[in-house]
Design a protein around this ligand. Structure first.
Ligand code: GAR
Length: 208
């Protein structure tokens, strides 16, 4: 098998997307080399520890600036051998200081069909707007808020949705499929910008 891509996963909460990565791509196309949290007691940390993955916590309040936090975080991830970074429910913005350390190799999962409803509380935003189609986006991270090029998207029709919890329950399986799939594509170097429109990510078909 081809070499495993060492990835870091950044979390802030429950960690079901981290778990999906640990259960599907970890030890196959990729290796989860490190998990870092912005929240000290995030349940995601226990999932990493159970899988024997090194963890660390980088609370924003412990650093004089976001750039200082970004630098410490990038230093630790690099020391653990990460070559790509997956944001899986990471509720902090990352600046250029961080992104420049992992160029073209930071991806995020977001619970809406971007560019609709970026930022916090995406599902609540979508419900308040009254949409009937919800969805999930996996995208490259740039210095904006959920504004980087789209890698994968999937939609689900929920014309009668009212409760954020019910929408999240419908989106969970999509997230848990799309995020590992994007990591597999990254590991295969199968994602490349379309020369005619660098925002559009062309995906090379698998070998079989
Ligand atoms: C996921 O629904 C993810 O899409 C969302 O946080 C949740 C984390 O769940 N991310 C964002 O809203 C980022 N803007 P998890 O901790 O169980 O993986």
């Amino acid at each position: 098998m081809a070499e495993q891509l060492p990835i870091a996963v950044l979390v802030s909460g429950t960690g079901t997307n981290l778990q999906a990565l640990l259960d599907s791509v970890h030890g196959h196309e990729a290796r989860v080399a490190a998990v870092a949290s912005s929240v000290p007691d995030a349940p995601a940390l226990a999932r990493a520890q159970t899988a024997g993955v090194p963890t660390a916590v980088f609370p924003r309040a412990d650093y004089p600036s976001r750039a200082a936090r970004d630098e410490a975080l990038a230093d630790w991830l690099a020391a653990e051998g990460a070559r790509a970074v997956v944001l899986a429910g990471y509720m902090e913005l990352l600046g250029e200081v961080f992104l420049d350390r992992f160029p073209g190799a930071v991806i995020n999962v977001h619970p809406s069909l971007l560019p609709a409803f970026p930022g916090l509380a995406a599902i609540e935003q979508a419900l308040a707007y009254g949409v009937k189609v919800f969805g999930v986006t996996v995208h490259f991270v740039d210095a904006g808020v959920d504004s980087g090029p789209v890698i994968l998207q999937r939609a689900v029709e929920l014309p009668d949705a009212r409760e954020p919890g019910a929408v999240l329950a419908a989106l969970r399986p999509l997230e848990h499929e799309l995020l590992p799939e994007a990591v597999r594509l990254l590991a295969r170097a199968a994602i490349a910008p379309d020369p005619e429109n660098p925002r559009r990510m062309a995906i090379r078909a698998g070998e079989g």
